[in-house]
Design a protein around this ligand. Structure first.
Ligand code: LLP
Length: 414
């Protein structure tokens, strides 16, 4: 039995009915299963158990304090991409020595914050950034542990907006820049190279892309060692896939582990993984109420719901597929567009999809809304960010309160 399942024809999360949750907390509402989060982390850890490693959850996927906290409680570290995410990870109780700080454009104050917090390492994405870290560390009279983010020039097959390991993208340092990076690193007194890092993209189904990029990373590892750098970790990033559409099931994580463990074990240093989506995507749904149904002159049907692209932008931005389920099951299905209230044509969750013929006032659940959903939400159209609850068995906790109109204007001056 999966965490989201029908019980007496009503979609439930663990032991709690989603219609009950909507009644109490209102809609739109993100509902997250604690057991699903824990189960995904266990599954990931089991797959890579035989390899010495640190799992650093990429909090950009879902940075809710309770989500980070749930994973941190089980020993997970974090990958953060800004001062704000670092702040969140620390507030959620992650110890700084398990936090790695990434990002192509870190500001001096963010670098200073990370150094003061004592993070495990800062990833370097350009030579100028390396110089900035050296300068800030020297001002503080400390040595900064750094990772070089390598651009392995492997183009993984995924949506073009989420591929990152191709040399035409802005990420990392490509092979041509490495010699200079090593020269600089040898001269610098306040940075210490501890890790070589890569991240080739997101939602990557084929392990061969990792294998190819890891080969590049291992090559550079050899070079770095021969130059006298004692590299203590190898970081192969995140990107492990999940199933959004049952017709296109994700490659099991064990398959990635099988291919990667022998390669990485040979290096003889602990490996850092940065899964984001894998740990959280299928742990949450976005619950919304059907406001209106309408049929146009061609017979095309629309379900207009009270959630929109402001809460889940993935269909609009990446043409992503998310299952849409009626919370109360119906025998009859209809083919319809499920759309939100935002004044954009891209404000849809599903187009021409067969869904249960639920009535106005009933609930729809947009599935797999745990990753890159709430974190990418916005106040566009004056919309309030939704509430979030976490379910653990039959217990429900509000992990983010619904925004209010007052909060909407709190920082503005008239
Ligand atoms: N590490 C780094 C350096 C990253 O940039 C990312 C994601 C991850 C780890 C985690 O990747 P994951 O395991 O979640 O695939 N908004 C897009 C995804 C953007 C991913 C950005 N970087 C989406 O909704 O599909």
């Amino acid at each position: 039995r999966t965490v989201f399942h029908y019980q007496d024809n009503v979609l439930s999360c663990e032991d709690v009915r989603l219609d009950d949750l909507a009644g109490i907390y209102g809609t739109p509402l993100f509902v997250t299963s604690k057991r699903s989060l824990q189960g995904s982390l266990r599954e990931f850890e089991a797959a890579f158990a035989s390899l010495p490693h640190i799992t650093c959850y990429s909090v950009k996927a879902n940075f809710n304090l309770s989500v980070i906290g749930t994973l941190a409680e089980m020993g997970c570290g974090c990958d953060v991409n800004s001062g704000g995410e670092l702040f969140r990870a620390l507030k959620a109780g992650v110890s700084p020595e398990k936090i790695i700080f990434a990002g192509v454009g870190k500001k001096p104050e963010e670098i200073a914050f990370a150094l003061e917090a004592g993070v495990l390492m800062l990833k370097v994405e350009s030579l100028s950034e390396l110089e900035a870290i050296e300068r800030i560390a020297s001002e503080k009279g400390i040595t900064a542990p750094v990772a070089l983010r390598i651009n392995p020039n492997v183009t993984a097959e995924t949506h073009p907006y989420i591929t990152t390991g191709d040399s035409k993208e802005k990420f990392g340092i490509d092979e041509a820049g490495l010699e200079e990076a090593f020269t600089l690193l040898r001269l610098m007194k306040h940075v210490r190279l501890v890790c070589l890092d890569m991240h080739i993209g997101s939602q990557i189904f084929d392990p061969e892309y990792y294998v190819a990029a890891t080969a590049v990373l291992l090559d550079i590892f050899e070079t770095a060692r021969s130059l006298g750098f004692s590299i203590e970790y190898l970081d192969i990033g995140g990107g492990f896939p999940v199933t959004y559409d049952a017709r296109k099931p994700a490659t099991p994580i064990t398959y990635f582990a099988e291919k990667l463990i022998p390669l990485l074990a040979a290096a003889g240093v602990p490996v850092i993984f940065e899964p984001g989506r894998f740990l959280v995507a299928n742990a949450s749904v976005l619950l919304s109420r059907i406001l209106y149904k309408k049929t146009n002159h061609t017979g095309k049907q629309f379900f207009i719901v009270d959630a929109g692209m402001t809460e889940l932008i993935r269909p609009a931005l990446y043409q992503s597929h998310h299952e849409v389920l009626a919370v109360t099951r119906h025998e009859k299905t209809v083919v319809a567009d499920v759309v939100g209230p935002v004044c954009e044509s891209s404000d849809f969750f599903a187009r021409q999809r067969a869904i249960d013929d639920a009535a106005e006032g009933e609930l729809l659940a947009v599935m797999s809304s745990g990753a890159y959903a709430a974190v990418m939400s916005s106040n566009y159209n004056g919309r309030l960010r939704p509430a979030e609850v976490m379910v653990d068995g039959n217990e429900v906790t509000v992990i983010r309160r619904r925004e209010t109109y007052e909060q909407l204007i709190a920082n503005e001056v008239l």
